[in-house]
Design a protein around this ligand. Structure first.
Ligand SMILES: [Zn+2]
Length: 171
């Protein structure tokens, strides 16, 4: 099952500058990534970001308190400042703060921080399906032809390969 959103959006003419569309899975992927990395640095980084009054102060805080991730955050100093100055930015719980910033940054500036948070919420709400079983087609010398069952013949139960197939596998 897949929600094919793209069919709802006929190709728009590209506007000046950055593309207006970004794959929601990419937004969620980077938001999740930021959530994980912020966990490591937030105890020191968080307070300094909240206190920052300029994008230069943001950049300095990132360089000094989170050197490992500064390369991935450097382009977003302005954006980070905007996000932490947002009246909606959570004041109390550090987990909420990390999540708010991570989800807002997920759009990587291609969409507004608010839209990025909406996209994350939408993607997280989607039910995800996984393949929990994978079978392949077999032909058995007992006469059975069709999908295998746990890699074995559904009729006679053998899992042994013919000499032909074994030698082919090893070549
Ligand atoms: Zn068989």
């Amino acid at each position: 099952m897949s929600d094919n959103k793209s069919s709802d959006h006929p190709m728009k003419k590209p506007k000046r500058g950055r593309p207006r569309e970004i794959d929601p899975r990419i937004v969620l992927g980077s938001a999740d990534h930021y959530r994980i990395v912020f966990l490591q640095f937030w105890s020191k980084l968080g307070a300094r970001l909240l206190a920052a009054q300029s994008s230069e102060e943001v950049a300095r805080a990132v360089r000094e308190e989170a050197a490992d991730i500064s390369a991935s955050l450097d382009p977003y100093s302005d954006l980070i400042l905007k996000i932490v100055k947002d009246p909606k930015f959570p004041r109390a719980r550090s987990t909420s703060q990390m999540h708010f910033l991570a989800d807002s940054l997920g759009g990587q500036g291609f969409v507004t921080p608010r839209r990025a948070r909406e996209i994350c919420a939408e993607e997280r709400a989607k039910k995800r399906y996984f393949i929990v079983r994978r079978e392949y087609y077999i032909e058995c010398s007992c006469g059975y032809k069709g999908p295998a069952l746990d890699g074995a013949c559904r009729d006679c139960g053998t899992g042994e390969l013919s000499w032909d197939l074994m030698t082919k596998d090893n070549s």
